[in-house]
Design a protein around this ligand. Structure first.
Ligand code: DWN
Length: 424
């Protein structure tokens, strides 16, 4: 694949990055690198037309395994102000996420018999999509969202949101003003946090004996099984499995009382945590046994994953080149953050994709980071349907195939890139 931009406009290893030398969870120094996807741009840094000719920061993207506690993690940390202060991702632009969060709110309030009027706090609350579901169930809600642009959108939709990073001090302030929340959520946030010790100390300040802390995080076993290498990017500092998480929470006097495997974002864990709770569901033990069986404690498991990543790159680029060589028109479907990892790592640019379509207004009219592919609203896809659509938002495969039944009925085909590139 040709490089979509000349090297001179890249700034490799720019400011705003630090290299880690110890595991963020156990603080030991036994980190073993097994995969490098960089240098690569930040995956949510969509560009305006004016920015295309300006230097674009590229960062190393190296993945390590801690042979002490088992946490898989990135070797570098990018300043969160660079990644999250003005944020491109809005939960509400993906209807399957609205469905998922509606079900989460109902499940949690039923599972813990949460009284109406209870305070629900969502850390990294984005545009308030999840809290809106709790509000519908007559709960009091409070969001904490550091991306100012996103926090403002949530507040415009009537979701009270603090435009701030979460901290121990903020937790103390919330408790003194509003009391202790019954439910504290952090969906697709925990893996984004570098100082997880400080984060958990803040959570402990928020909790009392009947509070529950719930995180949703992509699950390492799913990433390995389905070779979801494009979910590896600078926002995701940790790649979570249960074994290190159990030990981590225990050190703070907290217990994982239950865990569920869920389908979102390519396969995730929903983890329920309480202070000093004796009870723990059998699912916790079953998943710990599965992790042993999957050999998550062996570096060989990760080296095999890295080999599979190389295979996907070779097969996908060969398939795309072949289709293009036969005159096919191809576009990208969805402009997710992970899509930019796939496009940059496989060097798929405008020589292959005419455009990418996406439902997020902020992304429309902009260009993908690194490969500079123009992004159009979804109606462009319907007005100018390609012969093939590379499904960059593969985590919504079923919903999108249903939605685009008409496109497929008139001969349109989707290319699903992972775990093995295939045409459906
Ligand atoms: O952890 C994170 C996850 C939860 O969300 C964040 N770091 C960033 C973000 O990752 P992502 O951008 O890969 O998330 P999604 O939800 O896979 O992004 C899907 C993209 O596709 C959105 O931009 C919306 C778009 N989309 C579309 O164009 N048509 C989505 C659907 C369902 C569609 O039909």
């Amino acid at each position: 694949m040709q490089d979509a931009m000349n090297i001179s406009t890249r700034k490799v290893k720019p400011e705003g990055m630090k290299v880690i030398t110890e595991c963020r969870m156990c603080h030991k120094k036994n980190l073993h690198s097994f995969l490098s996807l960089g240098p690569i741009p930040l995956s949510n840094s969509f560009l305006s037309k004016d920015q295309l000719s300006k230097p674009e920061p590229y960062y190393p993207l190296d993945v390590h395994f801690c042979s002490d506690c088992g946490l898989v993690q990135l070797g570098q940390v990018i300043d969160p102000e660079l990644m999250f202060k003005d944020y491109a991702y809005l939960t509400g632009t993906s209807s399957p996420m609205k469905t998922h969060f509606t079900s989460l709110a109902k499940r949690v309030t039923k599972k813990f018999n949460t009284p109406k009027g209870s305070l629900i706090v969502d850390i990294g609350s984005n545009d308030g999509t999840l809290l809106d579901c709790f509000k519908t169930l007559d709960m009091k809600v409070l969001g904490i969202e550091p991306a100012t642009n996103v926090a403002k959108l949530a507040m415009s939709r009537g979701i009270e949101t603090l435009d701030s990073w979460f901290s121990k001090e903020l937790a103390q302030n919330i408790c003194s003003v509003r009391g202790k929340p019954r439910v504290i959520l952090a969906t697709n946030v925990f893996a984004h946090v570098h100082d997880i010790d400080g984060f958990i100390r803040g959570i402990i300040n928020l909790m009392d004996s009947d509070s529950v802390f719930i995180i949703e995080v992509p699950y390492l076993i799913d990433m390995l099984d389905k070779v979801e290498f494009d979910t590896i990017y600078h926002e995701h500092l940790s790649y979570i499995s249960l074994r290190p998480l159990v030990t981590f929470f225990k050190e703070f006097g907290m217990d994982i009382i239950d865990v569920e495997r869920i389908d979102v974002h390519g396969g995730s864990l929903r983890v329920y945590v309480q202070k000093d709770s004796a009870s723990s569901s059998s699912t916790v033990k079953q998943l710990l046994e599965l992790e042993i069986k999957t050999k998550l404690d062996s570096i060989e498991t990760y080296r095999r994953f890295a080999t599979s990543v190389g295979r996907i790159k070779a097969e996908l680029t060969s398939l795309l080149n072949d289709l293009k060589g036969r005159g096919a028109r191809i576009s990208g479907y969805g402009a997710p953050a992970k899509g930019n990892i796939l496009l940059n790592f496989c060097q798929i640019g405008t020589e292959i994709l005419d455009y990418v379509s996406d439902t997020t207004p902020f992304k429309q009219g902009r260009y993908t980071p690194g490969m500079h592919i123009p992004i159009y609203p979804e109606n462009h896809f319907h007005k100018s349907p390609p012969d093939y659509a590379l499904l960059l938002a593969w985590n919504y495969l079923d919903d999108i195939l249903r939605k685009e039944d008409g496109y497929r009925k008139t001969g349109g085909k989707f290319i699903v890139p992972i775990p093995k590139p295939q045409i459906v």
